[in-house]
Ligand binder design. Structure first.
Ligand SMILES: NC(=O)C1=CN([C@@H]2O[C@H](COP(=O)(O)OP(=O)(O)OC[C@H]3O[C@@H](n4cnc5c(N)ncnc54)[C@H](OP(=O)(O)O)[C@@H]3O)[C@@H](O)[C@H]2O)C=CC1
Ligand SMILES: Cc1cn([C@H]2C[C@H](O)[C@@H](COP(=O)(O)OP(=O)(O)O[C@H]3O[C@@H](C)C(=O)[C@@H](O)[C@H]3O)O2)c(=O)[nH]c1=O
Ligand SMILES: [Mg+2]
Length: 309
């Protein structure tokens, strides 16, 4: 039987990358916000008989459901709590239930923001979770909803996602570096910037190993999936800007004018973890995937951005 994959959230950073990589597994059906608004279905969740999510999944009858949709506006989530909850908790739970009903496995993504980030070393999957923000809390509750409804699940906690497609910190820094003489960037939050392409390719590689596996395969579960190495937002921005300047971008800001500041000097609505580093031993050992250094991803994305101009 041919593998059929239903991808939800096909226009996001990770969703866009998945559209190319998931093709190699079989027939791909892509769903975007235009076909299914997860903010709306989330609110009407108790009328399961008329649930558009279960209607979609039972008509497509996929072997794999991949959910790349999410509410990712971290600061706005502090006030748009209900919408974040619909998209990040209720909708993934309904999708997982529908996936399980048709016998599909489910892939879902989560975040470093499920941790408080007070630990001094990289987090492992079994560490205590303690989200500091509404976004982080909804992502953690979404993980639980998926795991409960669909035993054959893979939940990938990733961090600091970027790519040529969509909005992200790298693109914000590139824009500001061309417009301003000075930048101020926090240097006391550490983590690993991870490309959407690495997430999509690793997901595809792992699905190749897991799609037909029964529910009692111990490899279903939660994994950290980030690029190798670690940095902080200031060092990351500085690397991006230096590489872009070398590649001929019209950078205005001088290196010495990119100031390292402390979190408390950059006031925002949502609290971020100080330590966002995720240990990736579990995923590398279980599936033999390799996760190159984050700088490799920056170099690749700068090249594709330059080509696209
Ligand atoms: N971005 C990051 O830095 C990180 C992301 N993650 C997680 O990775 C996953 C992918 O994130 P990423 O690709 O960066 O996210 P994006 O914000 O780039 O994309 C999210 C997608 O969700 C869709 N979406 C949002 N609201 C709705 C809605 N009401 N109905 C239907 N679709 C909706 C968006 O649609 P539209 O295109 O129409 O807006 C968009 O395509 C998410 O689970 C996220 O939590 C984890 C760690 C870091
Ligand atoms: C724009 C800007 C941000 N910052 C800081 C704010 C913040 O601490 C840090 C990153 O800012 P952002 O708002 O881009 O990052 P943020 O939206 O918090 O990114 C997060 O998104 C969600 C979806 C995730 O799951 C996380 O893994 C993470 O990638 O940089 C500066 O210091 N200077 C600046 O000029
Ligand atoms: Mg953001």
């Amino acid at each position: 039987m041919k593998t059929k994959i239903l991808l939800i959230g096909g226009n996001g950073q990770v969703g866009h990358a998945l559209k190319s990589s998931l093709q190699e597994l079989g027939e791909l059906v892509v769903c975007t916000r235009a076909e299914l608004d997860l903010g709306v279905v989330g609110r009407g969740a108790d009328h399961l008989a008329h649930c558009p999510i279960s209607a979609l999944v039972s008509s497509v009858k996929p072997n794999i459901v991949v959910n790349a949709a999410a509410y990712t506006a971290v600061d706005r989530a502090e006030t748009e709590t209900e919408l974040a909850n619909s998209i990040n908790v209720v909708a993934p739970g309904l999708l997982a239930r529908a996936a399980h009903t048709v016998g599909a496995c489910m892939v879902h993504y989560s975040t470093d923001y499920v941790y408080a980030g007070i630990k001094k070393t990289p987090h492992v999957e079994t560490d205590e979770t303690q989200p500091l923000s509404v976004y982080g809390r909804t992502k953690l509750e979404g993980e639980r909803a998926v795991a409960e409804a669909c035993p054959r699940h893979l939940i990938f906690r990733t961090s600091w996602v970027f790519g040529a497609h969509g909005g992200n910190f790298l693109k914000t820094m590139l824009k500001l570096a061309q417009e301003r003489d000075e930048l101020r960037v926090v240097s006391d939050q550490v983590g690993a910037p991870t490309t959407a392409a690495l997430i999509a390719e690793t997901t595809t590689q792992i699905l190749g190993q897991m799609t037909g596996q029964p529910a009692d395969d111990p490899r279903w579960g939660v994994y950290h999936l980030t690029a190798g190495g670690e940095t902080n937002w200031h060092a990351y921005a500085s690397y991006v800007i230096a590489r872009a300047r070398d590649a001929g971008w019209p950078i205005k800001v001088a290196d010495h004018a990119i100031s390292a500041i402390r979190t408390k000097d950059f006031p925002v609505a949502a609290t971020r973890p100080m330590n966002s580093c995720l240990d990736t031993s579990k995923i590398r050992q279980a599936f033999g995937v390799s996760l190159p250094d984050w700088r490799v991803g920056v170099d690749e994305v700068l090249i594709s951005l330059k080509q696209g101009r």
